[in-house]
Design a protein around this ligand. Structure first.
Ligand SMILES: Cc1ncc(COP(=O)(O)O)c(C=O)c1O
Length: 400
């Protein structure tokens, strides 16, 4: 789970980092994206199949609400846990869309789902605690766990298993000291969406062991082919008491730069997460929260349009890359990513991504930091034209 950074080094004339930061890497996706940006600045025609965010702009009515808030002078500090109005709207959304019963006091709004996750892991984990993370996983989970002094334990699932872990896999990996299970459905990077049955089994596993479930649901709306998103906390009262639900505005509403997300959790945790946030960021941006409020009160029609576009692109990507012998793909059921299994080529995923960029000017993300070394992550959060050109170049690369 280690990257290639030097952040873990302890040098500098005897001055040193704390032990928690040793072994923590900067986001490994950066190496390729910064090289791609450098080439583009030089005027090279680089096709980006590496994006981790929607290529759409934030809908206008959301922007207007934030502009209005600015004009009205909503430019001061707000409550550390986020505006009450927004927390009320989040509670209503969680009830309406996810069958989750949370009151506004149980919700903390943060600078992105990323900070919400970071806060929760800091507040929950002690030195040496084990956190079970199904692999493939989002790159930041293991690093956040390490920064809390805890130990990430990957629970692997490969192409043959459809990148889906089972409860038997969890049982095999459930080492002593395992306190937290981190679920992410729909999953970045595999696009796997776990069924109700699977979620029920995971919840039963965690409840039997007194574990906490962190459920990262940021891609909940980007679903295809009629699959259903199930929030673990909706299964029973006990499940709700054991679960922290993470969500945000970045992916659903194309609001990545706004930096707004939230955690919904039992009161005892919410109090502590809010206290921690009050001493770190002080709370999320005030006027941006009015934009988020408008998003939650909107009709959601723009979400349907974006999802339709992602589905069309997914199908193009699968068609264009079908029949390759050295890259295997599984049809994703959600998100805007898919994994390419290149293990048959016997090449390191970083080396593959670097060569593809150097030779064909196509950016993809290496799978290693996602817990799937012989893979690359392909993103279809790009125009159809880019997708056609990018896949054409990728096929050329793989056939030569
Ligand atoms: C699985 C997953 N969780 C959380 C996040 C963080 O999203 P945000 O922009 O709300 O911080 C991302 C962003 O890439 C993600 O892929």
């Amino acid at each position: 789970m280690k990257g290639e950074s030097g952040m873990g080094r302890v040098e500098n004339g005897g001055r040193r980092l704390n032990t928690r930061m040793r072994g923590v890497s900067p986001s490994a996706t950066m190496t390729i994206t910064s090289e791609a940006a450098r080439l583009r600045r030089r005027g090279e025609n680089v096709v980006n199949l590496a994006a981790g965010e929607p290529d759409f702009d934030t809908p206008d009515y959301i922007k207007e609400a934030a502009v209005k808030a600015l004009r009205e002078g909503r430019t001061k500090y707000g409550p550390a846990a986020g505006l009450l109005e927004l927390r009320e709207a989040v509670a209503a959304k969680l009830q309406r869309e996810n069958s989750l019963e949370y009151s506004p006091e149980q919700i903390v709004v943060s600078n992105g789902a990323k900070q919400a996750l970071f806060n929760v892991i800091q507040v929950l984990c002690d030195k040496g605690d084990r956190v079970l993370i199904p692999a493939p996983y989002w790159v930041s989970y293991p690093e956040m766990v390490r920064m809390a002094g805890a130990v990430p334990v990957g629970v692997p699932a490969d192409y043959e298993k459809g990148y889906r872990i089972t409860v038997a896999d969890l049982e095999r990996s459930a080492v002593e000291g395992a306190r937290v299970l981190l679920l992410n459905s729909p999953c970045n990077p595999s696009g796997v969406v776990y069924t109700r049955r699977e979620i029920e089994e995971f919840v039963a596993f965690a409840l039997e062991r007194g574990m906490v479930i962190i459920s990262d649901e940021v891609y909940e709306h980007i679903l295809f082919d009629g699959v259903e998103h199930v929030s673990p906390g909706s299964l029973s009262r006990e499940a709700l008491d054991a679960t922290i639900t993470i969500n945000g505005f970045s992916k659903t509403y194309a609001m990545t730069g706004w930096r707004l997300g939230y955690a919904a959790m039992p009161r005892w945790l919410a109090r502590n997460v809010a206290a921690m946030q009050s001493h770190s960021s002080s709370g999320p941006n005030t006027f941006a929260q009015y934009g988020a409020l408008a998003a939650l009160k909107g009709s959601g029609s723009e979400i349907q349009d974006m999802v339709r576009a992602y589905r069309e692109r997914r199908d193009h990507m699968l068609k264009n890359l079908g029949g390759l012998t050295n890259m295997q793909l599984l049809k994703p059921q959600g998100t805007f990513y898919m994994l390419g299994d290149i293990s048959a080529m016997g090449i390191d995923s970083f080396a593959f991504a670097e060569r593809l960029l150097a030779v064909e000017r196509v950016a993809v993300i290496p799978g290693k930091p996602f817990g799937v070394p012989g893979h690359v992550r392909l993103s279809y959060a790009c125009s159809l034209e880019d997708l056609e050109e990018g896949t054409r170049r990728l096929v050329h690369f793989l056939r030569h």
